[in-house]
Write a protein that binds this ligand. Structure first.
Ligand code: SAM
Length: 401
């Protein structure tokens, strides 16, 4: 817990400044196969168009800020922007893996285990022993159980879905208890409690923080899916964030969820699905439909895009009561989709580079909010981004502890 308040505030200021400066890029989602005005004006288009498929795949894997040093003839401003984003990212240290103590892994997914172990270790080493643990958005209670075991204190989980809470209760074997409740209606938190959220999505993270701060409780929060907020806009929590104007629309926050480096195979699948979605939109337009970007997905479950255009188009046409596609139609739009998506993919790279910036902006606003409420706060990456890119973690010790 070594961060100083001024470091967090300074970083929030820098992130807000960068976001303001590149507002047009952040808001300028690329949905047509041409370079947008924000790209042309800055002289980035030729460079992006000249990138080979392998280079594009590498950039999508690791993010432009980390790939830029391996590329040639990068436009000066783009290199500068990448450097600024990277420097903000690198100021978030990776949490040290403090021990390899075994974790009760029954029913815990492989990918989740290192996250739980790191979170438990951080709580144990960096925060005072709490009175109780309150796990918000507890899911199946893996974190609740692990913390109850590791800290030897009473632990309970709050979970919206009754089915998950009862499964969590069954798995816990009496080591923790679970309540079915909506966290936004109030959490039973008291001073000295530790309020935890592993992947507390969007608004749930903010709810957790405001209630923990009001009760002067310790906090360990790993954020994710920032776009899942109740209203159209996520307001800033901190006074400084409000002064800097760091509120973000839900649509803007969506960028933070898809852009940072993801595990290899996952990113390949994401890109393939996006290419199919684009081809589908073109095929539906050719049938005379007006299809704003995003509307093509109506009638097609997210996972179905992985099965290719023939499946997605079949479902989308069926959903709209239209005759099925011919093989020639599928082949034509597969090819057109591939060509056009090649341009969209390249033009999207600078915008994707700003996804982590938005994630940091929210994390820093939250950290500064807790600082303003007298908590000692640190911002860390829980695990390497290959394990999960949704790894930004706030650790906060309540004032007076
Ligand atoms: C991404 S899951 C994380 C589950 C668990 N913390 C884990 O890491 O395995 C988020 C959980 O929060 C729950 N949730 C969402 N909104 C909630 C709310 N308002 N109150 C309580 N739980 C909520 C969801 O049902 C879901 O189980």
């Amino acid at each position: 817990m070594q961060e100083t308040a001024s470091s967090l505030r300074r970083r929030l200021e820098l992130a807000a400044e960068l976001r303001r400066e590149y507002h047009d890029v952040i808001e300028g989602r690329v949905v047509e196969p041409r370079f947008p005005e924000w790209c042309e004006r800055r002289g980035w288009s030729q460079f992006l168009l000249g990138l080979g498929d392998e280079q594009v795949a590498l950039i999508e894997q690791v993010g432009l800020p980390h790939a830029v040093e391996k590329l040639r003839a990068v436009p000066e401003e783009l290199a500068w922007l990448c450097g600024r984003v990277r420097s903000l990212i690198e100021q978030v240290p990776l949490a040290p893996l403090l021990s390899s103590e075994p974790l009760e892994t029954c029913h815990v997914a492989q990918r989740k285990r290192p996250q739980i172990r790191a979170l438990v270790e951080l709580c144990r080493r960096e925060l005072p022993r709490p009175r109780r643990v309150v796990d918000v958005g507890a899911g199946l209670g893996h974190v609740t159980r692990a913390l109850a075991d590791a800290l030897g204190v009473e632990a309970f989980g709050v979970e919206l879905l009754a089915s998950r809470a009862s499964r969590a209760q069954a798995l816990s074997g009496g080591r923790a208890s679970f309540v079915v409740a909506d966290a936004s209606s109030g959490l039973p938190v008291e001073p000295g409690d530790l309020v935890v959220g592993l992947h507390a999505c969007g608004g749930l993270g903010d709810t957790l923080l405001t209630q923990a701060a009001a009760a002067n409780a310790h906090v360990a929060l790993v954020s994710c899916c920032l776009q899942k907020v109740a209203g159209e806009v996520r307001p800033a929590l901190s006074r400084q964030g409000r002064a800097l104007g760091v509120e973000c629309s839900r649509r803007t926050l969506g960028l933070s969820n898809v852009s940072s480096a993801d595990a290899g195979e996952t990113m390949v699948r994401i890109i393939q699905s996006r290419a199919v979605r684009h081809a589908l939109r073109r095929a539906l337009e050719a049938r005379g439909l007006d299809v704003p970007a995003g509307e093509e997905t109506r009638g097609v479950h997210r996972r179905q895009f992985r099965r290719g255009l023939a499946t997605a188009l079949g479902l989308a046409l069926g959903h709209r009561g239209l005759p099925p596609a011919t093989a020639a139609e599928v082949a034509h739009f597969e090819q057109l989709g591939r060509q056009e998506y090649g341009v969209i993919r390249r033009a999207s790279l600078p915008r994707s580079a700003l996804g982590r910036l938005l994630e940091l902006l929210v994390a820093l606003d939250r950290a500064v909010f807790l600082e303003e409420r007298g908590h000692r706060t640190a911002l860390l990456a829980l695990v390497a981004s290959q394990v999960t890119p949704r790894n930004l973690t706030l650790l906060a010790c309540a004032g007076g502890s």
